[in-house]
Design a protein around this ligand. Structure first.
Ligand code: CTP
Length: 401
């Protein structure tokens, strides 16, 4: 009974693979899960709500505007009162809606309203799966933090064509659901973490500011990875264009001083990971009005003042988290500078990286880092920022155990 007591909302959309969803319901229930089905209009062309209801032994939700259903649970509660949403089969059309935030029926509305993990089992014709539009949508959904199982290669149910597009088998979907819900793999459950991410913007006047090239990708990925391991994460983010990671509380700030205040507000915490590229200096007194060009006067002088060092403040704070991690963005002497920062800032670990423009790390999607601790240096291979985040969350969990 690996899914005992788990509440799974099963969204069935309109593909021929919907017939496999009947078996999926049985398999999920065999493992102790409670299954609430939501069917799209398309799904009802392939399998009947009667069959789905009989197997799930409960109500089948189909209509966004049903007075009876809305009085019963309502679509918002339907979206939230569950441990996991499984979309099987997920058609190209439903994935396109999900990727673009459309909500024109019950299934898509529930998927937009949820804050629970979502597992997607795509099923479609191989040409549709390989189409550029579907590739883009899958990429978007992955970036939004949705998990995928399949599709598999093989003969399509409609016959004739073979290729990638067959829905994963019910038992594979069950295994992926178990994986996502596995409480045993949440070593950071009950731990609080605060993560900073992105650049800061330091105003010069109401329209101009000092900034840097940080995209926030690494910091956001770390917040998501810690949350995935069960931590209660507060992400304090400077201005970025990234979506909020799932299951993470996000506080948006602009200036370093605001970032420090938000980080202090998130204490006490067990873990602090300071990834933000905090501006070292701010304009001493930002102009309240736009600075105008004055003929004959030349450019205005900019007096700078030093910003608070957030990592150093946390590293020496009376409520210092048990694990304090900093980053070191360097363009030369990466190891030596990293070691100095470890000491000076009171961190347990400095993740040092070379941000020279030719590495493409700052603002890019990959990272190659060196882990500097009092015990020595460990070098990781070139990885995606998500992989670095996953490994780092594992390192932190290990350290805390
Ligand atoms: N950091 C911080 N507050 C600052 C400056 C940096 O919290 N005002 C943190 C960063 O989030 C990072 C670490 O300190 O975790 C190192 O940042 P980095 O920019 O590499 O170092 P600096 O201390 O700014 O030193 P320098 O710019 O001289 O290399």
């Amino acid at each position: 009974m690996s899914l005992a007591g788990k509440r799974i909302l099963l969204v069935i959309s309109g593909g021929i693979a919907a017939y496999k969803s009947l078996d999926l319901i049985r398999r999920l229930r065999e493992r102790g899960a409670e299954v609430r089905p939501v069917m799209t209009a398309g799904a009802r062309e392939f399998v009947t709500p009667l069959a789905v209801g009989a197997l799930s032994s409960g109500h089948v939700y189909t209509d966004l505007f049903s007075r009876e259903d809305e009085q019963d649970v309502g679509h918002i509660r339907l979206a939230r009162d569950c441990d996991l949403i499984v979309v099987a089969p997920a058609t190209a059309d439903l994935m396109a809606k999900m990727a673009n935030g459309l909500a024109d029926d019950l299934a898509s509305t529930v998927l937009l309203a949820t804050d629970q993990p979502v597992l997607v089992a795509p099923a479609m014709n191989p040409k549709m799966w390989s189409h550029a539009a579907t590739r883009r949508n899958v990429e978007t959904l992955r970036r939004d933090g949705l998990a995928f199982v399949g599709p598999n290669a093989g003969e399509m149910a409609e016959g004739g064509e073979a290729g990638l597009g067959r829905m994963a088998e019910p038992l594979e979907i069950v295994a992926a659901a178990e994986d996502l819900l596995d409480g045993g793999r949440k070593p950071l459950a009950g731990r609080r973490a605060v993560v900073t991410s992105g650049p800061t913007h330091e105003p010069i006047d109401p329209v101009r500011y000092i900034a840097n090239r940080s995209s926030g990708r690494q910091g956001h990925a770390i917040a998501a990875a810690l949350a995935k391991l069960g931590a209660d994460v507060t992400l304090v983010s400077g201005p970025v264009t990234l979506p909020d990671p799932r299951g993470v509380k996000v506080i948006r700030v602009e200036r370093a001083e605001e970032m420090l205040a938000a980080v202090l507000g998130a204490l006490p915490a067990d873990i602090a990971v300071m990834v933000a590229a905090v501006a070292d200096w701010r304009v001493a007194t930002a102009n309240t009005e736009k600075i105008k060009k004055k003929p004959g006067e030349g450019p205005p002088p900019l007096m700078l003042a030093e910003n608070p060092d957030i990592l150093k403040t946390i590293g020496h704070h009376e409520k210092r988290p048990k694990v304090v991690v900093g980053f070191a963005a360097e363009t030369q002497d990466v190891e030596d500078n990293g070691r100095v920062k470890l000491q000076k800032k009171g961190a347990d670990l400095i993740v040092a990286n070379d941000v020279s423009p030719e590495t493409g790390i700052m603002g890019g999607t990959r990272n190659s880092v060196k882990l500097i601790t009092a015990a020595g240096i460990e070098e990781w291979p070139d990885l995606s920022k998500d992989e670095v985040a996953g490994r780092l969350a594992g390192w932190i969990a290990e350290r805390l155990s």
